[in-house]
Design a protein around this ligand. Structure first.
Ligand code: TRP
Length: 452
């Protein structure tokens, strides 16, 4: 049963909508802590190289598949080749894993917004504030439930359009504020060492782990390897230029991530007095660093409040789009009613998110290779499932559908496909071989066969 699809009216509308889904906690929360942990400039360089080759090719392929078939992931792969139906299902598992822990972090953002608006910034800038917050049980759970509940209510009552309109105004504001905080942060004593760390690659640091982390981040941040861009593509008009849209989404998404890193990493150096152990703080990095930056700033309370509310909106729009995706997967597959499906997805995410939320406190005894429950969820989706989905997508496009089919779709309406050669080589050979190597080495190291 294929309904008539409404289209984005113009190219800018498409780019903004796709960028709206892409820009979220991945850029502001996740990118900086990975870059800090995996060698700063080394990570940044690997990320950029992967973005213009891998990320570009995969996004072109996904959007083209969506626009060609007019279907979302499960239907799209199935309609092109029955044997690849499993790929749509595998891709659909990704948002189901991501959404619950995404809401846990959304809850942390809400918490910090509340702290700042109630004038408790100085308390939150203390070293032990964040660790004592997340090691609690009920507080993080409460904020998680609140964030998830807000998302669910918006999706249930179908008022996403209103939120999206608001966030179209707030998002540019977030970018400007991030730039402002970054520039301010660079003036703090000691920040320059951090800037050097963030920008200068050290080839000796390059490892399979770093590459895998950068690749997982690329998928996560650009909402790739989970069927999302296929869905967006299905709404794209034939006469919109696909290649230049992809370039713009990539530049925007990478730009925001770069700025967020610039805001956080030099500040880590400035406030740690040369102690580099903070760099591997992981998911808490932004929450430990930024209150210190705001606290040292004139009117920091106001700036911080504004910052956290803007990040909240960025997180909310991504969470809405994640939940929408999951709801439509269940509705399409099981022919459920929308209302019941929304409630089901809410309860499912609540149950799945609880261990992630408690993983730093009451459930901190659960750990695998030094990772907490939240990190394990993150690892399974970004470093295992997404590379697998990406691998099969490359095989599918490279050898079954053929790169030419995608290229023809890109060239619809007389458009040029400037990077066609690179796309063909990357999707057919470089990406799949590379993905297998990276996956194999990470599995081997996870099993303790050797350390990388
Ligand atoms: N890309 C989003 C971010 O950077 C996160 C995300 C992953 C997402 N998959 C998604 C958002 C699907 C919307 C839909 O935060």
């Amino acid at each position: 049963m294929q309904q008539e699809r409404s289209n984005f009216t113009n190219k800018l509308g498409f780019v903004l909508a796709a960028a709206g889904s892409a820009v979220g906690l991945g850029n502001i929360w996740r990118f900086p802590y990975l870059a800090a942990k995996y060698g700063g400039g080394t990570f940044l360089l690997i990320y950029l190289i992967l973005a213009v080759t891998f990320g570009f090719s995969l996004m072109i392929a996904e959007i083209a598949i969506g626009r060609k078939t007019g279907l979302s992931a499960i239907g799209a792969f199935q309609s092109l080749d029955k044997r690849f139906g499993f790929l749509g299902i595998l891709a659909s598992a990704v948002p189901i894993i991501i959404f619950p822990y995404y809401s846990v972090i959304g809850g942390w953002v809400l918490k910090y917004f509340a702290v700042f608006i109630s004038g408790n910034m100085t308390t939150s800038a203390a070293d032990d504030y964040f660790p004592s917050f997340i090691s609690g049980a009920f507080e993080p759970l409460g904020w998680f439930a609140l964030f998830l509940g807000a998302t669910a209510i918006i999706v249930l009552f179908g008022v996403e359009k209103g939120i999206e309109k608001v966030s179209k105004i707030l998002m540019p504001l977030l970018v400007v504020l991030t730039l402002f905080v970054a520039v301010y942060g660079l003036t703090i004593d000691g920040a320059m060492d951090g800037l050097a760390y963030y920008l200068k690659p050290h080839m000796a640091d390059v490892s399979a782990k770093t590459i895998l982390a950068a690749m997982g981040q690329l998928f996560y941040s650009m909402s790739l390897a989970m069927g999302i861009m296929i869905t967006y593509g299905s709404y794209m008009k034939k006469d919109n230029n696909l290649e230049s849209s992809v370039r713009q989404i990539e530049i925007f998404d990478t730009g925001v991530a770069f700025l967020a890193g610039l805001m956080i990493i030099p500040a880590v150096f400035a406030f740690s007095g040369g102690d580099r152990s903070q760099l591997s703080a992981g998911p808490g990095l932004m929450f430990m660093t930024l209150p210190k930056v705001f606290n040292s700033m004139k009117f920091g309370g106001v700036v911080g409040t504004l910052f956290f509310i803007l990040v909240f909106f960025a997180a909310l729009t991504s969470a809405i789009s994640l939940m929408e995706t999951i709801v439509s997967i269940f509705m399409d597959k099981l022919h459920w009613q929308r209302r019941g499906t929304c409630i089901f997805v809410f309860v499912l995410a609540l149950i799945m998110g609880i261990p992630s939320s408690l993983g730093f406190g009451p459930l901190s005894f659960i750990s695998w290779m030094g990772m907490s429950v939240l990190d394990i969820m993150d690892f399974v989706s970004n470093s295992v499932l997404m590379p697998i989905v990406a691998f099969f997508t490359c095989i599918f496009v490279g050898f079954i559908l053929k790169p030419k089919t995608v290229a023809d779709e890109v060239k619809e309406g007389g458009a040029k496909f400037g990077a066609e050669k690179m796309f063909t080589v990357v999707i057919k050979w470089i990406a799949p071989i590379f993905l297998v190597l990276i996956l194999a080495s990470s599995i081997a190291s996870a099993l303790g066969l050797f350390t990388i």
